[in-house]
Ligand binder design. Sequence first.
Ligand code: GLU
Length: 598
Amino acid sequence: MTAIFSSPRLAALYLRISTFRTDLFVLYLGIAFLASCALGPDLFAQETKNMIASADPAATETGIQILKRGGNPVDAAIAVQAVLNVVEPQSSGIGGGCFLLFYDARTKQIIALDGREEAPRSARPELFLGKDGSPVPFYPDRITGGKAVGVPGCVKALYKAWRLYGSGKIAWRDLWGPAIELAENGFPVSARLAEAIQGEKDRLKLFAASREAFLNPDGTPKEKGALLIQKDLAKTLRLLAKKGEKPFYEGPIAKDIVGAVNHSEVNPGQMEMKDLSEYEAPLRRPVSGTYRGFTLYSMPPPSSGGAVLIEALNLLEPFDPAGMKRKDPEFIHLFSEIQRLSFLDRGRFLGDPDFSEVPVGKLVSKDFAAERGSELASSQVLKGISPDKHGNTTTSHISIIDEEGNVLSMTTTIEHIFGCAMVVPGRGFVLNNELTDFDALPYLSDTGEPAPNRVEGARKPRKTSLDLPGSIGGKRPLSSMTPTMVFKNGKPWICVGSPGGTQIIGIVLNALVNLIDFGMTPEEALGSPRIINRTGPVEIEMSFFDDPAVTDRLERMGHEIIMRKPFGNAQLVMVRNAQTGELEGASDPRGEGKAEGF
Ligand code: GLU
C-alpha cells in the first residue's frame, strides 16, 4: 500500500476510509489521480529530510543506509569516507587528513574537528629547499616519497567524532562493512580514477606496492572498467573496524607507516613511532561571520579556508552583485579583486595558530574589510603575488543533513592526486604528501620575515584547542579546505565544501554567491563556470571564453586571464523549506558524485 501511497499518512487515511465506504474511497482516488496529473508527480512524493552529497554514488548510498538504520551524519560520514578510500583512492583516505564541521541539533553547538596531518619532529624549515637554497620543484620531486608525508590524522579524527558525536546507535565496526566488501571483491575503475592513474603512472611506478595496487603486471595503468581489487586495503580496514584507531597509531599499521616513510624508494623521510602515538585531533572553535544577514561557520586555522572565505564575503558585501550579471566584466573584476585581497592576507598572516599569532578575529571583522576594501574603489587591477601556490590537486568533500537537523560538512584529503604516490606495503592505502602545503621558502619573499607557514618539527602546546589546550603537538601545514555551513534565522540552511587545492576557497565562495546573491538552484550554483583569483591572474572556466567582449574588457582593465579546464568537485546539501525541513542538494557536475536523499 505504501508503494501506491508514498506517504504512510495517506495509506492510513485509505484504511480509515475503506472501513466505512469503499465507494467514497474510489471517489478520493479519482480526485487524487486528477490532482496528481494537474500538479505533477511530486504531489505524493515524500519530502526529502535526509540527504548526502559525496563524490561517489556508492559512498553516498552507503551513508544513506547508515542514516536509515538510525545513524546520524557523523556515523554516515565515517562510512562514506571508508568507501571513498576504496573507490577514490587518489583523493582521500586513512593515509591522509580531514577537517570536520558538525552541528548538533540537540545542543545547537557547532564544533570543528581538526584531523590535519602534522610534521614529524624531524622536520626542519629547509625540508623542501634544494642544495642551492631554492625550493625543490613542486612536481614531481617535492610531492613524491616519504619526505612529504605528514602524520595522518583521518582515522584519529573519525574515531573521535564517532565517540563524541556519533548517534550511539551504530557500532564503529558496522561502519566499515561496505568499504571492506568493495575493497575485497573489487569494483570497476571509474573514468576519473582511470584518468588519475594514467596521469600519475610515472610516480606510482616508483613504488612496488603502488605498482601492484594500481598498475597492471606489465606496468600499464588500470583502465576504465577494469576490476580494481584491493585485498591489502580490505585487510587494513577490517583491522580498523575491529580494533578502532589503536593499531593505526601505536600498533602494526603505525610500524608499517614509519617503515614506508623512512625506507621509501625515493625521497625517504624521517618519521618516528612517537610522531604517530602522540598525534591528536583537537576540537577547535569554528570561524564565523555574517553575509547579508546570514551566519557562516567554517574551518579555522590551520585551515585558511574559513578566514579567507569570510574576509572575501565581507569585502563583497557593500556591493550589489545581484544588480549585475555574472558574466559582466564589472562583476568578474570585482569578484576577482575581493579574492585577490583576501588571498594576499592568507599568505601574509595565516599558519598553524599553535605556532604563531594568527589574527583570525581581525581578518574576518567588518572593520578590517571596510579598511581593506577601500582599495576596491579603483577599476584597476590590484597588485601583489603571494608565494608558493599550486593547483592540480585533489581531495573529497562530504555534505550531510539529517531529519533531526544535524549537519556535517567534512573535507578530506591526501593532498595531491595519489598523495606522495606511495602505498604502504602490505596495507594497501596511499600516504599523503601534506607537508608540501607548508611554504617551501621559510621566509616571506617580499619582506624577508619568517613565513608563518614555514616547515617546523618543534612540538608546542595546543593553545587554540578547545579540549586539549595543554597537550604538546607538531605543526600543521596551512590548508585551504573550507567545509562550511550557512545559517538562516538561526537555523541550518547551506552545507557545502569542495576539493581543489588553493582554489577550494574560491570554489566555495562561487557556490555561496551563486546561491545567496544570484538566487540559483543547487545545480546551477555548482554548475556555473567558476571565477577564481589566487592573487595572480583571473582563472575562469572555459565557457566564459565564448564571448570575446568579456575577456577584451577584462584585459583592458589590466587583468591577465587564464582559461581553466573545469575544476573542483563541490558537494552541496541545503534546506529548501525551513518549516518542513525539506532538503535539496547537488553534486558537482564536473565529478562523478551523487546527492541523494530520502
Ligand atoms: N592539501 C590541500 C589543502 O589542504 C587540499 C588539496 C586539494 O583539495 O586538492 O588545502
